[in-house]
Design a protein around this ligand. Structure first.
Ligand SMILES: [Zn+2]
Length: 463
C-alpha cells in the first residue's frame, strides 16, 4: 500500500483513489514565457516518477497538465518582445513539449491551454459572484478571502496573517504570504495588457492566473481530484487560491491529496541568472550532458528534500545509468550454470516496492536496484547465470525501468496499445490475411513505431 505525504494534513496517508483502479492527477504546468529551467524540471520529472509508479502498481492514470499562456509574465514577455501573445507563447510551448520528450517524461492525457478556456473561467467567476465569494471593483472581480473561513488551510497560515487579509486587494498573480488579501479572479483591462483582453459579461479584461487552474482542473477531472501536485513555491498563494475558488464555487472538497516537490539549488545556492548558475535543459545538453543523466540526477533525490544540483552530480548520474545499461547489454551473453535467481528477484522487487511505497522514497528504491545489479553482475562474472535466468533478471530490470524511465527507450517503453496491434498483425500474417496485416502496420507506423521482422519474430522500435 502506497503511503503519500499530504501537504493539507501534514502526515503520510495511505493512498486510496476515489475510484478504485484509477488515479486522476492535476499537475500545474509551465508558464510559457521562457524556456523551463532545471528547477522546473525537477518537479516535472518527479511528477513523472509518481505517475509511472502509480501505473506500475496497476492504476489507470488520467493526468491533466495546464499551460499558462496568459498571465502577468507572458503578457510582459510579449510586450517586451514586441510581438503578439499567441506568437510569443507558441515557441515556448513547443520547446516545452520537446523538453518533456528529451527527458522521457510520459505525456499527460490532457494539456489544456488557459486561452482556450476563457468561457469556463468566466462561468466559474460568475458562480463565485452568485454565491457571495466574489465582488466587483474597478472593472475587476476579486475573491473575498473573509467569505471563505477555511482560507489558509493548505499553507497553514497563522491567524495574524489572515487578519491582515481583511483589508485591501492584490492584483498581481504572484505575491507573498505577508500579502494575504482579496485576490483578482478577473482583471479589468489596463494599458499594460495591450491587445490582450476578452470582452465578456464580466467586462473587458483577462483572467487571473489562479482561476485558470481551478477552471481547467474541474473541466477535465471530476472532483475531488485524487492528487494535485506542483512545486512547493505554488503552495501559497496559487494552490491556496485554487482551493478557495473551487470549493467556494462547488461547496465540495476540491482535492484529496496535495503533493509538493521541494526546491532545487545549484551548488547550494538559489538559481539565478546573476550568479551564473541558471540552467535550462538546453544549456545542459549543449554542454554535452546526456538527457538520461540529467533525468537520473533530477529524480534521484527524494521529492520532499531540497536537492543540491551540481555538474559533478550529473557526471556521477551518467556513470550510474551506464551501470544499469551495461547489465542490460551483458545479460543476453549469459551462458552459465543454472543458479536460482528467484530469491534474488523477489527480494529486489520487494525492497524496491517497500521503498517506493514509503512516500515514493526513491533513495531506497534505487538502493534496492543497485544491490540487485551488483548481485547479478557477480553471478554473470562467475559464470553462474544460465540464459533463462539471465532473461528473468532482464525482465526484472525492465520492470524497474518502467518506473525510472532511464534505459533504452525502444526496448523498454513500447505503448501497450501498439504491442496489442503488433500481436494482431502477427496473427493476421499467420493466417495469410496480408490486407489486414498491412492495415495494422500502417496504424502502428501512425503511432510512431516501426516493426522490424527479424528471424526471431517481429520487433517493435520507436521511429
Ligand atoms: Zn496551477
Amino acid at each position: 500500500m502506497l503511503r503519500l505525504y499530504n501537504t493539507l494534513t501534514r502526515v503520510k496517508e495511505a493512498f486510496q483513489p476515489v475510484h478504485p483502479g484509477e488515479v486522476r492527477i492535476y499537475t500545474c504546468g509551465p508558464t510559457v514565457y521562457n524556456y523551463a529551467h532545471i528547477g522546473n524540471f525537477r518537479t516535472f520529472v518527479f511528477e513523472d516518477l509518481m505517475r509511472r509508479y502509480l501505473s506500475y502498481k496497476g492504476y489507470r492514470i488520467i493526468q491533466v497538465m495546464n499551460l499558462t499562456d496568459v498571465d502577468d509574465r507572458t503578457i510582459g514577455g510579449a510586450r517586451q518582445a514586441k510581438t503578439s501573445l499567441s506568437e510569443y507563447v507558441k515557441s515556448y510551448s513547443q520547446a516545452f513539449f520537446e523538453d518533456l520528450r528529451t527527458l522521457n517524461i510520459q505525456p499527460a492525457e490532457y494539456y489544456p491551454a488557459a486561452t482556450d478556456h476563457i468561457p469556463e473561467m468566466v462561468a466559474l467567476i460568475t458562480r463565485l459572484l452568485e454565491r457571495g465569494y466574489a465582488y466587483q471593483a474597478g472593472g475587476s472581480v476579486y475573491f473575498k478571502v473573509d467569505a471563505f473561513p477555511e482560507y489558509g488551510k493548505l499553507s497553514h497560515l497563522e491567524d495574524r496573517q489572515l487578519q491582515a487579509g481583511a483589508s485591501g486587494r492584490v492584483d498581481a498573480d504572484e505575491y507573498e504570504k505577508e500579502d494575504v488579501r482579496d485576490f483578482a479572479l478577473w482583471k479589468g483591462w489596463t494599458e499594460a495588457d495591450g491587445d490582450v483582453y476578452w470582452e465578456t459579461e464580466l467586462g473587458k479584461g483577462r483572467p487571473g492566473w489562479h482561476i485558470e487552474c481551478s477552471a481547467m482542473a474541474m473541466k477535465y477531472l471530476e472532483t475531488p481530484i485524487d492528487i494535485h501536485a506542483g512545486g512547493v513555491d505554488l503552495i501559497f498563494p496559487h494552490h491556496e487560491n485554487e482551493i478557495a475558488q473551487s470549493e467556494g464555487a462547488t461547496g465540495q472538497l476540491f482535492v484529496q491529496h496535495w503533493v509538493h516537490c521541494q526546491h532545487l539549488l545549484v551548488d547550494n545556492q538559489k538559481m539565478s541568472k546573476s550568479l551564473g548558475n541558471f540552467f535550462t535543459l538546453r544549456d545542459m545538453l549543449k554542454q554535452g550532458y546526456k538527457a538520461r543523466a540529467i533525468r537520473y540526477s533530477l529524480l534521484s533525490t527524494h521529492y520532499r528534500q531540497a536537492q543540491n544540483f551540481t555538474l559533478d552530480g550529473v557526471t556521477a548520474a551518467e556513470a550510474a545509468v551506464q551501470r544499469l545499461q551495461e547489465l542490460m547489454v551483458n545479460l543476453p551473453t549469459a551462458d552459465g550454470a543454472d543458479t536460482s535467481v528467484d530469491g534474488l528477484i523477489r527480494l529486489a522487487v520487494q525492497q524496491f516496492e517497500a521503498g517506493m511505497d514509503d512516500d515514493l522514497n526513491i533513495s531506497l528504491g534505487l538502493a534496492a536496484i543497485f544491490e540487485f545489479v551488483r548481485d547479478a553482475n557477480r553471478l554473470l562474472a562467475e559464470g553462474r547465470l544460465s540464459r533463462e535466468n539471465a532473461q528473468a533478471v532482464l525482465l526484472t530490470m525492465r520492470q524497474f525501468d518502467r518506473v525510472l524511465g532511464l534505459l533504452d527507450q525502444e526496448e523498454t517503453a513500447i505503448d501497450p496499445e501498439v504491442e496489442r496491434l503488433a500481436q494482431e498483425r502477427e496473427q493476421a500474417r499467420k493466417r495469410r490475411d496480408f490486407a489486414t496485416a498491412d492495415r495494422l502496420r500502417a496504424q502502428i507506423t501512425a503511432l510512431g513505431y516501426v516493426i522490424e521482422d527479424t528471424p526471431r519474430g517481429p520487433r517493435l522500435k520507436r521511429q
